[in-house]
Ligand binder design. Structure first.
Ligand code: HEM
Length: 352
């Protein structure tokens, strides 16, 4: 057979991939630091897959055994507590990095043509990752997760006509039970990861094909760049090592808690909060009056968030100025208002 590497290279288009990577250039300017964010998301995603598979060796997705199996992982399995903590911390860091990746590409107007699809696949990835966070939270079947899921799955019920249908689809019945757990498990380990793998593939293919954008402010006056291989790739690796150190530090010093097992018959404890990345929506909905112009307040809030998400998804087609290579201060201002809103409401939700 000869050299196995040659054997594989002759049969797969590896040369084409290497060729493309060798020609890839990364623009150099004062915002180059933001180009590390996508790589950080990718790295944390890989950590999630590996630690998730390790947890699957022991986790049991049934109402009777879920909590006990997580307890077993934490107390009996070698390094089980660490693997679970890394999975939980890495999920949080991934969503945090996604927020920064999303807002930085928004402010840099990296969504402008020809990167509309890179942006839209990115938005899909953001939604899928939020779904993974929501479904994963229930899996330990502890008190906090149970009631947070009960509140979270109640929210769609205020949507007219289809609201109850969505709620029952998510729960697998009128209330949160073992059926919900089975359903969330299917979403968490099959449906959402498969969708994620496909969309990440397209996102990265587009990034590779279109190259990195240069901010509008730099476009005419600066065309400095550095080769991706090896210069930027080595820097990426350094950043990944720092992220690994942060991840291990957090997981070791602040390991994930388990708390008490879920008890569906007990009343909802006071002050139950969703994961931090849903807090800004939760807090906003909480602040709304019961009725606004005769419409249920919660419904108005959800319509607002739905429209805001649609606006962000379609921003490459709405921001005509940056599409034509002009500065668009209005969209920069919108970006900063969104950032201030998300941070402000999250802090308020945590303190209030
Ligand atoms: C798991 C999720 C994601 C992964 C693994 C990922 C990965 C990447 C990577 C590796 C890059 C190239 C380096 C960089 O610019 O940072 C990139 C670029 C990009 N990403 Fe993402 N991304 C994800 C989610 C998102 C989200 C949520 C958005 C926004 C809605 C987004 C929008 C973009 C855009 C517009 C670019 C092009 C940047 C430019 O050309 O300047 N991505 N992504």
């Amino acid at each position: 057979m000869g050299n196995p590497i040659d054997f594989i290279a002759e049969r797969l288009p590896l040369d084409d991939v290497m060729d493309a990577l060798k020609h890839k250039q990364v623009p150099v300017h004062k915002r180059t630091i933001f180009y590390y964010l996508g790589g950080i998301c990718l790295y944390l995603l890989i950590v999630q897959v590996i630690t998730g598979i390790l947890l699957l060796f022991y986790y049991q997705p049934t109402e009777a055994l879920a909590y006990e199996s997580v307890k077993f992982i934490m107390t009996k399995v070698n390094f089980g507590w660490l693997v679970r903590s890394i999975h939980a911390w890495s999920a949080n860091l991934l969503i945090f990095s996604l927020f920064i990746h999303l807002f930085s590409t928004f402010l840099l107007k990296a969504y402008r043509p020809p990167r509309e699809l890179t942006w839209m696949t990115g938005m899909a990835l953001f939604g899928i990752c939020l779904g993974l966070g929501f479904t994963g939270y229930l899996l330990p079947w502890n008190e906090l997760a149970y009631f947070a899921t009960k509140i979270g799955t109640e929210m769609p019920a205020s949507i007219p006509v289809v609201g109850d249908l969505i709620k029952e689809f998510l729960r697998g019945g009128p209330s949160v039970t073992g059926v919900t757990l089975t359903r969330f498990f299917a979403f968490h380990i099959w449906i959402l990861p498969l969708a994620l793998a496909g969309v990440v593939g397209i996102h990265l293919l587009l990034v590779q094909k279109l190259g990195m954008s240069r901010p509008l402010s730099q476009e005419s006056k600066n065309n400095r760049s550095m080769p991706f291989l090896p210069h930027f790739a080595l820097r990426d690796l350094n950043v990944w090592l720092v992220v690994l150190a942060v991840l291990l530090g957090l997981s070791y010093y602040f390991p994930a808690h388990l708390g008490n097992p879920a008890d569906p018959l007990s009343p909802t404890p006071i002050g139950i909060l969703p994961e931090w990345y849903f807090l800004f929506m939760f807090q906003s909905l909480k602040l709304l009056p019961a009725h606004i112009l005769g419409i249920e307040g919660e419904l108005v809030g959800m319509m607002f968030f739905g429209l805001a998400a649609l606006f962000v998804l379609l921003v490459p087609f709405i921001d005509k100025k940056s599409a034509n290579g002009l500065k668009s201060p209005l969209f920069t201002a919108i970006g900063w208002v969104m950032i201030a809103f998300v941070i402000g409401m999250t802090i308020w939700g945590r303190l209030g």
